[in-house]
Design a protein around this ligand. Structure first.
Ligand SMILES: [Zn+2]
Length: 116
């Protein structure tokens, strides 16, 4: 992080106009050569629709996720974006386990009533 790229990360965009304002600033930095768009080695296979940028001054890798129906988007340095996606996956896995447990309990109750 430096003054040529960005000094702060954005955990979420508060609104579509907030995002558009930020995107304009980002694209301006790309057009003057402060930041470069690049392809990322996605070994973890966790990024799908994100855009990747590298600062030409401090070499920091940034990842931007545009807001959509399910998420408010973000602009994070690469290591924090990876942490963010791992945390989301843990939450999703937890929901799946909880859902399977509840389904098993309902199935047990139904079978119990049929048997009795
Ligand atoms: Zn920088």
């Amino acid at each position: 992080m430096c003054k040529d790229c960005f000094l702060n990360e954005i955990l979420k965009f508060e609104s579509q106009s907030d995002f558009e304002e930020f995107e304009f600033e980002l694209l301006e930095k790309v057009s003057v050569g402060k930041v470069t768009v690049f392809d990322i080695e996605d070994d973890l296979n966790i990024f799908n629709f994100e855009n990747y940028y590298q600062c030409n001054s401090c070499a920091e890798n940034w990842i931007m996720s545009a807001p959509n129906y399910t998420c408010k988007g973000y602009f994070l340095i690469q290591k924090n974006a990876i942490k963010y996606h791992k945390k989301l996956k843990t939450i999703d896995d937890g929901k799946l386990v909880g859902c399977c447990f509840i389904s098993a309990v309902f199935l047990f109750i139904i079978l119990w009533h049929i048997i009795m």
